[in-house]
Design a protein around this ligand. Structure first.
Ligand SMILES: Cc1ncc(COP(=O)(O)O)c(C=O)c1O
Length: 267
């Protein structure tokens, strides 16, 4: 369908794209479709053309656009109380923690603003645990990660990425990370030293192209971490809740990570 245009002959799509290009930082390369409306699995662009949304905001809206139950609670809350900050308690946080713990079989939860922030926080938590509990000498903690990982875009995280494009021009990077092949339990065993505090891994590598590790990989990795007193951190930010056929992907191997980072489709 030909895009509608204004009196100057510039299409609506093009006008919006031009505004983004003129006033926004050029750090992303989206498809040239300007969406303005969505309902369930369908979205419409500014010209009224309808599309089936197979991406769902990288799965953040797996529940569909404008889900009536979610809209209802969003509006109810917006009319009741805007924000408390963490300086005060509120009547939503406790029930939310409890429900999330029950759903995911966790002892404690810590909400974050983004996946990258969750990864950064996990890195801080295991380092501190390493120094205070495991007895690693100051500033010597090591965390093992996998080749072709994707854990976000902060400096520390891109520092242990093996994707040159994500790292190019951003050094110097945070030390203390060791990179091993994904799916290789022997490499994990060999990489562990007395200074190893954590093993950070995606149960299924996402951005690398949906790479499923050999059967039993997570189970073996779990027992290697147990044997060596290493914290197992599973980044389930992409595998999400229920996206692999189980609620958490770790359930396929019948294990529980020490820290499970979940995100996307939490609603
Ligand atoms: C496995 C994984 N970890 C971490 C992240 C980072 O999440 P965010 O983009 O919310 O920072 C992503 C993002 O897609 C991801 O797929």
């Amino acid at each position: 369908m030909k895009s509608k245009s204004d009196v100057r002959g510039m299409s609506y799509q093009h006008q919006y794209i031009k505004l983004e290009e003129d006033f926004g930082a050029h750090n992303y390369n989206p498809l040239q479709v300007v969406l303005s409306r969505g309902r369930g699995a369908w979205v419409w662009d500014v010209d009224g053309v309808k599309y089936l949304d197979c991406l769902s905001a990288y799965s953040a809206v797996n529940q569909g656009h404008c889900h009536p139950k979610i809209m209802r609670v969003l509006i109810e809350q917006a009319q009741r109380l805007t924000l408390t900050s963490r300086a005060f308690r509120n009547d939503q946080l406790g029930p939310f923690y409890k429900e999330l713990c029950e759903v995911t079989n966790s002892h404690k939860v810590l909400p974050m603003n983004s996946g990258a922030e969750a990864v950064e926080t996990a890195v801080k938590a295991v380092r501190k645990w390493g120094y205070k509990v495991k007895g690693v000498a100051s500033d010597q903690a090591e965390i093992i990660v996998c080749q072709n990982n994707f854990h976000g875009r902060t400096i520390s995280i891109v520092g242990f990425s093996t994707d040159q494009k994500s790292r190019d021009g951003f050094g110097p990077f945070t030390p203390g990370f060791k990179i091993i092949p994904f799916g290789d339990v022997k490499a994990l065993e060999e990489a562990i030293t007395p200074n190893t505090v954590g093993f950070l891994v995606e149960p299924i590598q996402g951005e690398a192209g949906i790479i499923i590790p050999p059967a039993g990989y997570l189970k073996k990795a779990r027992s290697i971490c147990n044997k060596n007193n290493v914290v197992m951190i599973l980044d389930e930010i992409q595998t999400g809740l229920g996206r692999t056929g189980k609620l958490l992907a770790e359930e396929h191997d019948g294990i529980e990570a020490d820290l499970t980072l979940i995100g996307k489709s939490l609603a």
